[in-house]
Design a binder for this molecule. Structure first.
Ligand code: GLN
Ligand code: ZN
Length: 754
């Protein structure tokens, strides 16, 4: 019985790739140093899977930045502004596309389906020329082969690539990237031919678009693509991953189909009634999106029922999706207690689970492994650490009822303006200020008990004071304390809430070298005491300007955590909402007049299938309103959202009923904003980011003023706020000071003109 892994995390068990990339970008190490780290990581992953007994081991799942960008490089789809003159694409062009450089901004980035992973969006137009310009896939295949591992090269499928692309600037509205299918297939054929010549016997095409609701034209594109590739693929086994749609299974060129059997509950039934005979079924029973140990007995039942349908030799045990969305290796977790640890499996452990299931199907079941798994499952079900009756009751009482502020938004804004007295185009920032090496050291030493609480408090106080003074000098209107006490906007809250556990190395790639370390929500959530009031009131005492209290909203805490899978997600979300509500009320009581509740990740929790979206939006928005429905009219509630497809959620945004919303916008054009105008009397304040904080580039005051003017063409003057795209935590002061100076100058200039 065979086993297969869809993809594996590339950052390394201790984020080795992150550090190598950043050191290279800072000019502290050479390209060779970076390549060496990358090669070592790849080889250890391949060896680990080979040793575990995995039959189908992926290659080309590594990337120096992003697999979509790799595909753009493979196809030679480099926007003109990067001045690339053909030939194999090197680090210079590649990283300029990813991150921008001194003269040219980066390409747009957006979220990969419903995950927290961000990819670089290809920019295409009718005149885009494609040529085979990165041999990475075949190079990685050969590299693994030289190490004695025969791998399955993984490519992003042509339809998904185009589907996720956008039209380049200036291209006619009627243009659809999908129309370029015939132009990119020749490059795919070259790649396939080369892989075949190098000895590959399988190729995996990732076509996650197939989980969406597609129209006939889009479905046709799949049929066309894979029929067109048929002759190139002959003699090769071709796996498509992950798919839901049975029409696709009729394609001749495809030998195997991979399904996510964890999320798509209906998929299993579909597979059972209509899987085509003679094809391989890659059954994704091990969840690639969470950190919970698989319920092996339950998975084995499913696999056995599938085996009866497709036959022993055609069933392959697999993961539900790439393991890149989970943490790397539980072995490096020194701080989790054994009970919690026994409930978990990270990528390395999931590889072992996949193999154990394959072996069990082949009648060589590892009894000890299975029985340890069964007792861990039982202990999780019965552990008193998981259940808090009081919280369960309070959360259950929220269901079915509604929670809203009593007064409408325009009356509230009037009441707030009387107290706050802000100019038009008020300026603010999103929360965090640069996190210096020194700051990280202070937090680390405090955590390790190397410095006392007093020393820690005075160091953070000094930092807050510095940030407050800087903002006063810059003449920003609504201040922030800079979040120096937080290493992460979710972890910080999770650490103070009950029901959360933390890893030391449970990192997951978010974009480029950026990783997040999601907390694990294993039990009912409650707030033993106030979490932010101490720092926020300290910061407010340092200035007469309004200081924003800064909280992370319940939906974002949920979406950026590994969530328990033993109760519905909304149940967990309501519990978090109740905890944040108490914090909001404590901040208000402490005299904080503006409170920002970040819902950076609201959009990304939106289910992919339309039929499931309304239910999610309903409980997610309800959770947000629960947090602030009890405040006075004069307390101004802000929320912030990172880049999102606002089209899909505009009604939810309005329904959230915040007083001000700031959004990430600068990597997109004004199209985004028209969403807010169209059909919407969005009376609340809105601050579309005026510059991109993901890039080191410093925008000029003219450029920012120009952007604001474009916004003013779409939005009312009296509701527009001026702020950067997102928090400044990853930037350096050398970038932040001039950028914010220019931002404030631009706002002031425009005020005189309005
Ligand atoms: N308040 C957070 C910060 O500024 C928001 C970050 C985010 O939206 N991702 O860092
Ligand atoms: Zn953001």
């Amino acid at each position: 019985m065979a086993s297969h892994i869809v993809g594996y995390p590339r950052m390394g068990p201790k984020r080795e790739l992150k550090f190598a990339l950043e050191s290279f970008w800072d000019g502290k190490s050479s390209a060779e140093d970076l390549q060496k780290v990358a090669a070592d990581l790849r080889s250890s992953i391949w060896k680990q899977m080979a040793d575990a007994g995995i039959k189908y081991i992926p290659s080309n799942t590594f990337s120096y930045y992003d697999q979509m960008l790799d595909t753009s490089a493979m196809l030679g789809a480099v926007p003109e502004r990067y001045g690339w003159n053909g030939g194999e694409i090197g680090f210079d062009t590649f990283f300029s596309m990813a991150r921008g450089n001194a003269t040219v901004p980066a390409m747009e980035m957006t979220k990969w389906f419903d995950t927290n992973y961000h990819f670089i969006v290809p920019e295409l137009g009718p005149n885009t020329k494609f040529s085979y310009s990165s041999h990475k896939a075949v190079n990685e295949y050969k590299e693994a082969k030289a190490l004695g591992v025969d791998t399955v090269p993984v490519l992003i499928g042509p339809v998904t690539y185009l589907f996720l692309s956008k039209s380049a600037k200036g291209v006619q509205k009627s243009f659809s990237p999908l129309s370029l299918l015939g132009n990119i297939l020749p490059v795919y054929k070259e790649v396939i031919t080369e892989l075949k010549a190098a000895g590959a016997s399988w190729i995996q095409f990732d076509e996650p678009t197939l989980v969406l609701d597609l129209d006939a034209r889009q479905l046709e594109a799949f049929t066309k693509a894979y029929s067109d590739l048929e002759s190139s693929l002959s003699g090769l086994n071709c796996l498509i991953k992950p798919t839901l749609l049975m029409t696709i299974t009729a394609l001749n060129s495809i030998t195997g189909f991979g399904f996510d059997l964890v999320r798509g509950a209906k998929t299993l039934d579909l597979v059972k009634c209509s899987f085509p005979s003679g094809k391989y079924l890659f059954a994704g029973v091990v969840d690639g999106r969470n950190i919970w140990a698989n319920d092996l007995a339950a998975s084995l039942d499913i696999l056995q029922s599938l085996e009866a349908i497709v036959g022993k030799d055609k069933l392959v045990v697999s993961t539900s999706c790439s393991l890149m969305h989970t943490a790397v290796d539980l072995v490096n977790e020194t701080k989790l207690d054994n009970e919690i640890k026994s409930w978990l499996a990270f990528a390395a452990q999931k590889v072992v689970e996949v193999n154990a299931l394959a072996k069990a199907l082949a009648s060589s079941r590892d009894e000890a492994f299975f029985s340890a798994n069964a007792s861990a499952q039982a202990s999780r079900k019965s552990s008193p650490r998981v259940t808090n009756e009081e919280v369960q009751k309070a959360a259950a009482a929220l269901r079915g009822s509604d929670h809203r502020r009593a007064t409408n938004v325009s009356a509230r804004l009037d009441a707030q303006q009387k107290k706050l007295n802000l100019p038009i185009l008020p300026t603010t920032t999103i929360g965090s200020f640069p996190q210096t090496v020194e700051l990280r050291r202070v937090r680390r030493e405090y955590k390790a008990k190397k410095i006392s609480e007093d020393e820690y408090v005075s160091a953070i106080k000094e930092e807050i004071n510095k940030v407050v003074k800087l903002q006063e000098e810059l003449d920003i209107d609504v201040l922030v304390h800079g979040e120096p006490e937080r290493n992460d906007m979710v972890e910080y809250f999770g650490e103070q809430l009950q029901g959360f556990a933390f890893t030391v190395n449970g990192w997951v790639q978010s974009y480029g070298s950026r990783c997040v370390k999601p907390p694990i929500i294993y039990g009912d959530v409650s707030r033993p005491k106030a979490m932010t009031v101490f720092w926020s009131s300290m910061a407010q005492s340092m200035t007469s300007r309004p200081m924003k209290g800064m909280l992370t909203g319940p939906v974002t805490i949920l979406n950026w955590s590994f969530v328990r899978n033993d109760q519905p997600r909304f149940e967990t979300c309501y519990q978090i909402a109740l905890a944040i509500k108490k914090e909001v009320e404590d901040l208000e009581a402490a005299g904080i007049q503006v409170i920002q509740i970040d819902e950076a990740a609201l959009r990304e929790g939106l289910p992919l299938r339309k039929s499931e979206q309304a239910f999610y939006q309903d409980w997610a928005v309800h959770s947000f309103r629960i947090t602030n429905c009890g405040v006075q009219d004069t307390t101004q509630i802000h929320t912030h959202m990172c880049y999102s497809n606002f089209n899909d959620i505009i009604h939810s945004i309005i329904d959230m009923d915040a007083d001000v919303i700031t959004i990430e916008n600068s990597r997109s054009d004004e199209k985004l904003l028209s969403v807010f105008r169209e059909g919407v009397k969005y009376g609340a304040g809105i601050g579309p980011g005026v510059y991109d904080i993901h890039s080191p580039r410093i925008p000029s005051a003219e450029e920012i003023a120009d952007r604001i003017n474009k916004m003013l063409a779409v939005l009312e003057t009296n509701i527009l706020w001026v702020n950067p795209d997102c928090g400044l935590k990853t930037r350096k002061y050398g970038e932040v000071k001039p950028a914010l100076t220019n931002m404030v100058d631009a706002a002031k200039l425009l005020r005189t003109q309005l």
